[in-house]
Ligand binder design. Structure first.
Ligand SMILES: Cc1ncc(COP(=O)(O)O)c(C=O)c1O
Length: 396
């Protein structure tokens, strides 16, 4: 029998993809330069040169080895290189034997949900959150509990305390955040960890913190990014090279179970088992080798900072209210009318493609992905000015 859940999910329209398709059709109609598409988080900066250099080098080697199956957890030499680099940069203590190389952060989240959440149990996410969290948790039979944000879009920790229950097995954080660009402060991580430890003691079982961090290196102005693994022992890192190396189509990242997690060996086994039930035989072999040669490198993120500043300053000068994003490549903008979907529709009149916030678990915002050219941002400003004028916003 077909699963009603999966049929529903397969038929459900993905708002972002729909908007991107709309933008594509509009570009074909009126010209690509006349449409300002801020819908998708597809990196606009090329991968660093080490990526293509590594691919060329690898293609000269024995193709049976380069393209063959690897161990399920990923090449030991790759895991060691990643762990050494991570520990040097973030002062952590992650170990190759507790790392599992995966097909991107999405796969890592789906694996964690399957490994950690049983049917009827709960996972908590902090709104606004990446839309797929709900899919992965519900796909595992769990219930996603959404915690609202503060005005600064940090997690509301009082609401978090109330949301914790004996059913809570997993808590997902995402710093820097998609869709807001907000970075969790050390203070937030300290308080959040204290609440988690208290809940573990109260309910008598571990509560796992999954730190979803594909934007970890995309932080601007030298802002320090405190790493969750240094705050809470029951942490699992979910990392991806989709954004830092601009390789979203290549599907490569890793999970790392904290070396300080008391039952870490068991959790690691559950992760390996969940990956197996999903049919993840191993992450792409060529890409594992490429990443090993590029560990510690990133695309030239300076371009994203230029875009962030252009767009943030431009929008706020026009009177729009945006939350200042320290990282990632998104701006979350308050909509001047409460209905974000209606606002997004109205923006289309000026060929502005903006994603309404409802699917991210909050209302009254739109997300702008500024992984576009700086020229697109500059040319979009007259359109934003018209939109602002329509709402009677006052220039600052
Ligand atoms: C917050 C967040 N988590 C996970 C993912 C999935 O990334 P990946 O391409 O590594 O699967 C994304 C992708 O945009 C994301 O924004």
């Amino acid at each position: 029998m077909l699963s009603e859940y999966h049929i529903g999910l397969g038929r459900k329209k993905n708002c972002m993809r729909e908007l991107a398709a709309f933008a594509g059709a509009r570009k074909a109609q009126i010209g690509a330069d006349k449409v300002f598409d801020f819908s998708l988080g597809n990196p606009s900066i090329p991968a660093p040169p080490c990526v293509n250099d590594a691919i060329r080098e690898l293609l000269e080697l024995d193709s049976i080895e380069v393209h063959g199956y690897t161990t399920a957890a990923g090449l030991p030499s790759l895991r060691k290189a990643i762990a050494d680099d991570f520990n040097a940069r973030y002062g952590g203590d992650i170990r190759p034997e507790r790392m599992y190389v995966i097909c991107g952060a999405a796969a890592g989240l789906a694996i964690c949900a399957k490994a950690l959440v049983q049917p009827g149990e709960e996972a908590i996410a902090f709104a606004p959150f990446f839309t797929e969290y709900r899919v992965f948790v519900e796909g595992a039979g769990g219930v996603l509990v959404s915690v609202p944000p503060t005005a600064e879009l940090q997690p509301d920790l009082e609401a978090f305390e109330r949301a914790l229950s004996e059913k809570t097995q997993m808590v997902i954080i995402n710093t820097p955040n998609n869709p807001s660009g907000v970075v969790l402060t050390a203070e937030t991580l300290t308080r959040l960890s204290d609440l988690l430890r208290a809940a573990e003691a109260r309910y008598g079982h571990p509560i796992y913190l999954v730190s979803d961090e594909p934007y970890r290196e995309l932080v601007y102005d030298g802002k320090p990014i405190p790493h969750p693994v240094n705050f809470y022992d029951d942490t699992i890192i979910d990392y991806s090279y989709s954004k830092s190396l601009s390789l979203p189509g290549e599907r490569i990242g890793y999970l790392a179970v904290s070396s300080r997690m008391a039952n870490g060996d068991e959790v690691y086994a559950a992760i390996a088992g969940a990956a197996r039930t999903c049919g993840y035989v191993n992450a792409p072999s060529l890409m594992q080798r490429v990443v090993e040669k590029c560990v510690g490198q990133t695309s030239d993120i300076a371009e994203y900072k230029i875009n962030r500043d252009l767009l943030f300053n431009g929008l706020t000068e026009l009177g729009f209210d945006c939350v200042f994003p320290d990282g990632a490549f998104y701006i979350f903008m308050k909509t001047p009318e409460p209905d974000a979907v209606a606002f997004s529709e109205r923006a289309k009149k000026y060929e502005l493609i903006l994603v309404p916030s409802n699917d991210f678990g909050v209302e009254g915002y739109v997300r702008l992905a500024y992984c576009v050219s700086a020229d697109t941002i500059r040319r979009s400003m007259p359109a934003f000015a018209q939109l602002a004028a329509e709402y009677g916003l006052q220039k600052k």
